[in-house]
Ligand binder design. Sequence first.
Ligand code: NAD
Length: 477
Amino acid sequence: MDYDTLFIGGEWVKPSSSRRIEVCSATTEAPIGSVPEAQETDVDAAVTAARRALPVWAQWSPADRASAMERLATILEGHAEEIVRRVSSQNGMPVAVASQLEGAFPVVLLRYYAGLARDSAFEETRPGVFGGNTLVRKEPIGVVGAIVPWNFPQTLAAFKYAPALAAGCTIVLKPSPETVLDSFLFAEAVREAGIPAGVVNVVPGGRELGAYLVQHPGVDKISFTGSTAAGRSIGETCGRLLRPVTLELGGKSAAIVLDDAELELEKIAEQLFAATLLNNGQTCFLGTRVLAPRGRYDEIVDLFTGFARALKVGDALDPATQIGPMASARQRERVEGYIAKGLGSGARITTGGGRPADRDRGWFVEPTVFADVDNNHTIAQEEIFGPVLAVIPYSDEDEAVRIANDSDYGLGGTVWTSDPERGRQVAKRVQTGTIGVNTYLPDPTAPFGGVKASGIGRELGPEGLAAYQQLKSIYLG
Ligand code: NAD
């Protein structure tokens, strides 16, 4: 899986340098492919191509853009199996998870935004109070620099390109170096779909290249998903440049188990997994702080311990695997560092804490549960981004909400209860951009994003489309 060219301006072009990005399998640690590393000159070419394509794509009717997006969706759907295998090999996401997310979600999003493009009004005439009318137009914001992380490379790119394409924007996409191989399949699909040259460009590279794209004079908007630290730096640059920016950042969400929750593991295991340990814990919205009422604390610690211990750890490409390896050696080091900090703070490991004994290759960490955690502990405040849960006791509902909100972050969360109305009331009190009651599943139709250090702006839903539009009022005499 070695590529020699970059997808810029609708063509596979020679890169400007011989530098390469090598990718290894998270499960075997063996090299699995390489791509050219884009340089600043390549980003310049990509931005120029995107600028040139902008008036062309923006002038296509929304219905024609929608048809092209639907063609892209169908092509991606046809290649889903290969895309899924590539993502899983690179970042360790179990294929069972990747098929539902990386394989299927971009297709759903493209179709959803194609539908919105067809059905939305891109202009309306408003009668004014002073007599005349105003033509209010929703114009494409322009050239978008889209920067994505390695944890859900296809889906998180689609969070950006699907609404951006619907709005009539053009894109320069910078994937993360850990997951570049799948971005070439996406680029091939764009070409095959007959999307005009330059509408989508892909520049694989690291953080310096990302920073170069963020400040590029030819870019009109930045859409970033990644860490809070990088988001702050990108936000500063965009603030100085007065450049619109959407920031989807880290999280440390709470899974609030209310005292009336019915906790039959067989019944809730699937929902619990999606809400707390999805993608080996490498998911931004997970409720990794489990808040348990003191009266049921031991029972809940036992439940989570049993739940984590029963998960099948293994090769990311094995369909039976529930927990695969971390995406990189660095990521495993980070997770292990947090496990050591948890032990150092006096918390108690009830399961996991090490590397699986039967794996001598791959960046594996056992699913780990900490009990006796205080919300002030580092493992309760900082994002670990691995399969590590911290169970924190609380006395009453008010204290549960207070602990949930005692966080720099506010991205996801869940409430577990046998009374859905009570769950909704508690959910309303949590400072977060998204939260679920007895479930957690971001839906394409509903805005997704964070508050506090989890970000600025929203993706998905009609709000996600509006993020790629700028309003123009034309006063008509
Ligand atoms: P990261 O911030 O290190 O990198 C993300 C992307 O940004 C990569 O493509 C990287 O090359 C690029 N980048 C890094 N620094 C940059 C800079 N200063 N300027 C421009 N580009 C830069 O994050 P990561 O480790 O790859 O991903 C994990 C993080 O992403 C976690 O914190 C996670 O919570 C977050 N995340 C958030 C969401 C969300 O929707 N809120 C979703 C998934 C992941």
